[in-house]
Design a protein around this ligand. Structure first.
Ligand code: NOJ
Length: 562
């Protein structure tokens, strides 16, 4: 594929890396991460091949939901730095050719946001209609309570004005009324503000919830929720033609696909594939590629310019809400049997390496899968070195411990007294003494260097992101085989979910013995028969990526040349 094409719709084969300024690197030694610390670490991301940083919320916040409760959308939380520090971070990222996007959390504000303080001061206050009020709300559907450990209703009674306000998440996060045109304008202003400072887009928090409470918009008309996203996207691209929206849309595929928009994809540019992710864990638990293969076959094709975003872990619980009860129990039994590892009855508060018992072959196979599956891979900081969790911390905080840079105190995250650090690093097998960036940079077998290699090959194989893909039958239950075709080029990837060595065979339609499969991750080739059959062996949790080439010409990105 031509680079001039692939670099245009940059998000389609981007490598997105999510980090929280608060826990990434502390530049002033006060125990809290900050922009001045993070900026000094951008070369770590550059070396790995990251192309886009996703910044978790860094705005002023009482921090009751880790920054997802905002009191000012136009500023930087003073604990994390200043606007000047932010701009400097943007400049250095740009210098390294790395784009930056940030969380757009406008489903709700903090209850301490000046808009809400005004709204709850009187029924006829200036900002009253910026939130959602009711005299007598409908009874709650308990399924809809997102954080059932802390909340049992979506409505909270406000004593002073005698009405209930709606909050999809915690009660300290009142939902904004996005049916109100003034609120929509303000959201656009927020986007515009940060794009002027260089952002290339946003990770949109809680997408379906943003438009769930539709109220009369003043002209007797009920606004169309999808019109809201189409308007937002149009605004975004008027201001910056190359900007993109990455949406958190955890819905069944049929409902989700509507958030991409029309046939060109005029709403959310990329949506996370929660269903594929959950089925990947089921496949891992069973040693059977079937559930993931079925999800990939069922997954709708996104519109032309849109794309799926793929991921292994994120900053929240590993939600398994789209699996059946018995499937979820299988994953719990395999990867989080203790009650303390589970959260909200639907997920796990663990990172991948601990769930896989530290089995490095298996962990490496999962990341090979991540970078070869069709979709834009999104990494959560610390995944590249195989960080574990700290179950002593509350709820989702378990996976939000500071980045482990060195074996030193606080994992090199901060020079502060450990007592001052909010989320302490884990100890033991996953502590900084054993898991850190500096050691892995020097170890050719490390996960960090494996992921760096995978990223290079993923970037060298734009077919994986752009191509037509097909999951192939391969005669082995434990093996996932998929091929991607674009512009006359074919890439094939095979992954073994089992601890047993396995043989697999695929039929490659349209190919014959004039071609061979050249290994991309190791030296080697596999022949293709006259009928297009190719047979290969896979070791325990083995993975292989191949490019179709002719026997005489090894492809430019094969292992020999890299
Ligand atoms: C989804 C975010 O991923 C989560 O961390 C947050 O608590 C909720 N939205 C509320 O903003």
């Amino acid at each position: 594929m031509r680079l001039s094409v692939t670099s245009d719709l940059w998000w389609k084969n981007a490598v997105v890396y999510c980090l929280d300024i608060e826990t990434y690197a502390d530049g002033n030694g006060d125990g809290v991460g900050d922009f001045r610390g993070a900026v000094e670490r951008i070369d770590h991301l550059d070396r790995m091949g990251v192309t886009c940083i996703w910044l978790m919320p860094f705005f002023p916040s009482p921090d009751c939901d880790d920054g997802y409760d905002i009191t000012d959308f136009y500023a930087v939380d003073p604990r994390l730095g200043t606007l000047g520090d932010f701009v400097e971070f943007m400049r250095v990222a740009r210098d390294r050719g790395i784009r930056v996007i940030a969380d757009l959390v406008v489903n709700h504000t903090s209850d301490r946001h000046p808009w809400f303080l005004d709204a709850r001061s009187a029924r006829d206050s200036r900002y009253r209609d910026w939130y959602i009020w009711s005299d007598e709300p409908e009874p709650d559907d308990p399924e809809g309570v997102v954080f059932p450990d802390k909340e049992n209703s979506l409505w909270e009674f406000d004593e002073k004005t005698g009405q209930y306000y709606f909050h999809r998440f915690y009660r300290f996060q009142p939902d904004l009324n996005t049916s109100n045109p003034e609120v929509r304008d303000e959201i656009a202003r927020i986007l515009g503000f940060w794009m002027e400072l260089g952002l290339s887009g946003f990770r949109v928090d809680a997408v379906p919830f943003l438009v769930e409470q539709v109220t009369d918009s003043g002209d007797g008309r009920l606004p169309d929720p999808h019109e809201f996203f189409a308007d937002l996207r149009a605004f975004l691209n008027r201001r910056n033609g190359g900007a993109a929206l990455l949406g958190e849309v955890n819905l069944p595929y049929d409902d989700l696909v509507k958030y991409f928009g029309d046939s060109l994809g005029n709403q959310i540019t990329m949506c996370f594939d929660f269903i594929g992710m959950q089925n990947m864990y089921l496949s891992l638990a069973r040693g059977d590629a079937g559930p993931l293969a079925a999800a990939l076959r069922e997954r709708p094709r996104p519109p032309r310019d849109a794309h799926w975003a793929t991921f292994v872990r994120n900053h929240d619980e590993l939600t398994l809400d789209k699996l059946s009860d018995s499937e979820r129990q299988e994953v719990f039994a395999a990867f989080g049997p203790d009650e303390d590892m589970q959260l909200y009855g639907r997920g796990l508060r663990r990172r991948l390496p601990t769930m896989l018992g530290g089995d490095m072959g298996r962990i490496k196979m999962v990341y090979s899968l991540l970078f070869s599956l069709p979709g834009t891979p999104v990494l959560f900081y610390g995944e590249e070195i195989g960080m574990g969790e700290n179950l002593d911390l509350e709820g989702r905080q378990a996976v939000r411990t500071p980045m482990q840079w060195t074996p030193n105190r606080n994992g090199g995250f901060s020079t502060a007294d450990p007592a001052k650090i909010h989320n302490v690093v884990p100890s033991g097998d996953y502590g900084p003494e054993r898991v850190n960036v500096s050691a892995q940079q020097r170890d050719s077998d490390s996960l960090l260097l494996w992921i760096t290699r995978l990223i290079r090959h993923y970037r060298d194989c734009p077919e994986l992101a752009w191509g037509d893909y097909a999951v192939l039958d391969c005669g082995a239950r434990s093996v996932l085989a998929h091929r991607a075709d674009a512009d006359g080029e074919t890439v094939l990837a095979v992954h073994n979910f089992s601890e047993r060595e396995t043989e697999a065979e695929v039929v490659l339609e349209g190919l014959d013995s004039s071609k061979v499969l050249t290994d991309l991750l190791v030296d080697g080739t596999v022949e293709i028969s006259d009928e297009g059959r190719a047979r290969f062996r896979l070791g325990r949790y083995g993975c292989r990526w191949f490019r179709v080439s002719t026997p005489e010409t090894a492809p430019a990105d094969s292992a020999g040349s890299s």
